[in-house]
Write a protein that binds this ligand. Structure first.
Ligand code: HH2
Length: 312
């Protein structure tokens, strides 16, 4: 596998509409933390908790105090239909998504001018209005697959674009996808998304394997353990592992996964491996535990390694 020796500032220091975010591997903080703020009624973990602007602002304030660099605002859950999550999330119209996210983004931008705000949407119209309202980053869970014109919006506003790998439509994941080589296939799909974004003139991209999106638990973990294959495409890598069902399935069984409230420590373990393999952005519901784990990970890795030869 090819190795990237240097992480150029041009690609790994993101220019977020004039504000810089260092995403070079080896950061003293381990990685940049993106705090999740779902302003939805039906997200699998935080759904229904932050549906008023006041509640969303209070939650953002806590996450920023705990060390989040980015607040990721989402107005449509992607909770898939199926055995684990039951009915799945409802699709959301452009109007409803706008109504949910725009007032929160506007209030966040005013109240916390030092914070970076990303908008978790695959709809170009919502993204554009979110950028107008003060967002800095677009987080596209479909990696430009549904609406390639999202790339033009990112290019026009000078906003970094997160390209996540997923299959199917959000909320309607096909559960029967079979991969022959999940790492190679996800990498090839992301490479195609990168080419599309570059052609539209987007400068700053972030790649995301799409942990939990139409992949088995083993495939999700294999992607994390081979994240350097995505990093080799030459852009910073983000992971969103937080409390997802893979953690519950490994701790319990595929039939009876441990519920989301019991998935924090497992999440931290998988996240540590992701960062060791080169991820420099971590999307999480649990900012303080993640920040503390990352700091200790970085402090440990900063110590010189000495290999002591053993007698055979
Ligand atoms: N995961 C979710 C949503 N957005 N964005 C990126 N870049 N990467 C992810 O892994 C990712 C994401 C799903 O998690 P969550 O927002 O907690 O749940 P829900 O979709 O139910 O709102």
């Amino acid at each position: 596998m090819e190795q990237i020796q240097t992480f150029s500032a041009e690609r790994f220091v993101l220019n977020c509409r004039g504000r810089l975010l260092d995403c070079r591997p080896g950061l003293p903080t381990g990685a940049q933390v993106m705090g999740i703020l779902n302003v939805t009624p039906d997200s699998f973990w935080d759904g229904g908790r932050y549906q008023t602007v006041d509640a969303a602002l209070r939650r953002a304030e806590i996450m920023l105090e705990e060390g989040a660099a980015i607040i990721d605002v989402g107005g449509e859950s992607t909770r898939p239909k199926g055995r684990i999550y039951g009915q799945g999330a409802e699709p959301v119209s452009v109007d409803e998504e706008r109504r949910r996210v725009l007032p929160v983004i506007e209030a966040l931008a005013q109240r916390f001018p030092e914070a970076l705000i990303s908008v978790d949407t695959y709809k170009p119209q919502v993204a554009q209005e979110a950028l107008e309202a003060g967002a800095h980053i677009i987080n596209d869970q479909t990696g430009l697959r549904l609406y390639p014109e999202m790339a033009e919006v990112a290019a026009r506003y000078g906003a970094p674009l997160v390209l996540m790998h997923a299959v199917g439509r959000p909320g309607e994941l096909p559960h029967e996808v079979t991969y022959t080589d999940v790492v190679a296939e996800v990498r090839a799909s992301l490479a195609a998304s990168v080419a599309r974004a570059q052609a539209a003139g987007v400068v700053h991209l972030v790649l995301d394997p799409g942990f939990g999106f139409g992949k088995t638990a083993a495939e999700n973990l294999r992607l994390v353990n081979n994240l350097d294959a995505l990093l080799a495409l030459g852009y910073p890598v983000l992971v969103g592992i937080s409390r997802k069902s893979t953690i519950g399935q490994v701790l319990g069984t595929p039939e009876q996964p441990v519920p989301p409230e019991g998935r924090l420590y497992g999440t931290l373990g998988v996240t540590a491996v992701a960062v060791l393999r080169g991820a420099t952005l971590v999307r999480t519901h649990d900012v303080r535990p993640t920040v503390e784990m990352l700091r200790l990970l970085a402090a440990t890795l900063a110590q010189p390694r000495r290999v002591i030869a053993t007698a055979t």
